[in-house]
Design a protein around this ligand. Structure first.
Ligand code: BG6
Length: 461
């Protein structure tokens, strides 16, 4: 029987999560991250005052979660290792308790025929490393490479798919431009240095991996197509610059091994180039990724600036474009994000045409909804809106595959509703709902639907 939307054999059906968002910072022995520190300093900045100690308790409940993954047909699952848990303080002694925990999780996944995809850094800088300057300091890069080496030595005998970073641009934006991550700096020059050094850290880990191991290493980027308001040259220019800042800044050096010339020229013109070292360009050239994870939630729409920026204001990417709210756009009204399913296809076509059709997969896509209890019927959240959301994105992904895009899978964000940084538990994304008081997990309707999709490797519509 052939389905309307049949996916290629061995397509990766799964979901993604991260250490800080699920493990619980007070569970087991662990060093502190910037999130523990920021929550101590400013608990009021976290939705309903809920911090990283109150998570879905994966540390103690991973067996139950993995069983549930198996039940809904996952063949892959992306998790992250907490650097601060594995090596408290970021460098020095390895925490044996953490080794046991990650070994147990990896083994449990494999025993359930779920391939673990393991990511090394998901927004969770160890506090001591941040105190040394975080990614602004090259010493922190060296410590990160040692941490990666330790993780490979411990787990690469069983983990065959690795990632260096999840959305590395987000700590740049949050921590150094727009004040939604610690250390809450607003300074473009420093932001650009942090971005640059993160890319160097990434490339050094790729180099190390390729030297010693034969499987795959990649990076996970949040790619956000920048659609121009119109075809007027000024709108087109605004969208091109926006794309340089927010997509190509990380995509080009990690997939093509070099920064876009136009971005370098622009930063040079405004005196914003980062400090570089001899050998950096060669390092990037020689250490591109094997696999690209694409996180896609919403598009960005831009237009030419309505007013010239004040030349005395500090340099910001927004000097070059204004955001644009397209009339009639479809919204996820709960999260306040536009839903534009075709974006997933446009990204894939771009990767095919301009990035050598690199092997990729959708590493995050999902719909955050507030107060989902409203939709409970007979004890289960009937999230038809999420089914619709996933289905419409999958249709465009299917079309991309039919047109020759090299995309291997789809992971939903996320498996069980989890703690999400400043938003804590505001927006729920999971296949399973979480009762934070009892820690009880219940499959939402979308989980049951996804189980069928995974079993049939596709769906009818
Ligand atoms: C992704 C991140 O960008 O968005 C996740 O990789 C995060 O870590 C997710 O939880 C959802 O974010 P939010 O702000 O809607 O809770």
């Amino acid at each position: 029987m052939s389905l309307d939307y049949q996916f290629p054999k061995s397509f990766w059906w799964g979901s993604a999560a991260s250490a800080t968002q699920t493990e619980g910072s007070k569970n087991g022995t662990s060093g502190e991250t910037i999130w523990d520190e920021w929550f101590k300093e400013e608990p009021n900045r976290f939705f309903e005052g809920v911090g990283p100690d109150k998570t879905s308790d994966f540390y103690n409940r991973y067996k139950e979660d993995i069983k549930n993954m198996k039940d809904i047909g996952h063949n892959t699952f992306r998790m992250s290792i907490s650097w601060a848990r594995l090596i408290p303080g970021g460098k020095g002694k390895v925490n044996q308790e953490a080794v046991e925990f990650y070994n147990a999780v990896i083994d449990e996944l494999l025993a359930n025929d779920i391939e673990p995809f393991v990511n090394l850094f998901h927004f969770d800088m160890p506090l001591e490393m941040q105190e040394k300057g975080g990614w602004e300091n090259r010493e922190v890069i060296d410590a990160f490479v040692t941490y990666a080496e330790t993780a490979f030595e411990l787990f690469a005998d069983r983990v065959e798919t690795w990632f260096t970073f999840n959305e590395p641009i987000v700590p740049v934006e949050g921590g150094y431009l727009y004040d939604f991550h610690y250390p809450n700096v607003i300074d473009a020059k420093r932001a650009i240095q942090v971005a640059y050094n993160t890319i160097i850290a990434h490339a050094k880990v790729v180099e190390l991996y390729h030297k010693n191991y034969n499987n795959k290493i990649g990076i996970i980027l949040n790619l956000t197509p920048s659609y121009p308001r119109s075809n007027h040259p000024a709108d087109l220019k605004a969208s091109r610059i926006c794309d340089l800042f927010f997509n190509r800044s990380f995509l080009d050096p990690t997939v093509k091994g070099e920064f876009p010339k136009d971005l370098v020229t622009l930063l040079e013109e405004y005196g914003q180039l980062p400090e570089t070292r001899q050998g950096d360009a060669e390092l990037l050239k020689n250490n591109t990724v094997d696999l690209l994870g694409v996180n896609y939630y919403q598009p960005r729409r831009v237009k030419a600036k309505e007013h010239l920026p004040n030349p005395y204001s500090p340099f910001m990417p927004e000097w070059f474009f204004d955001n644009y709210e397209m009339a009639g756009r479809k919204m996820n009204q709960y999260r306040g994000w536009e839903i534009y399913e075709k974006g997933i296809y446009d990204i894939m076509i771009d990767l095919k045409e301009n990035y050598g059709n690199i092997e990729s997969f959708i590493s995050e896509n999902g719909m955050g909804v507030q107060n989902e209890e409203r939709f409970i019927k007979d004890g289960r959240i009937e999230d038809d809106y999420r089914i619709e959301f996933i289905k419409e994105h999958l249709k465009w992904l299917h079309r991309a595959i039919e047109e020759g895009c090299n995309v291997k899978g789809y992971h939903l964000w996320t498996f069980v509703d989890n703690w999400s940084w400043m938003n804590a538990y505001k927006n729920r994304y999971g296949f399973f709902s979480l009762d934070l008081k009892t820690q009880e997990r219940t499959a939402k309707k979308s989980a049951l639907w996804y189980a069928e999709v995974s079993k049939n490797n596709g769906f009818n519509d």
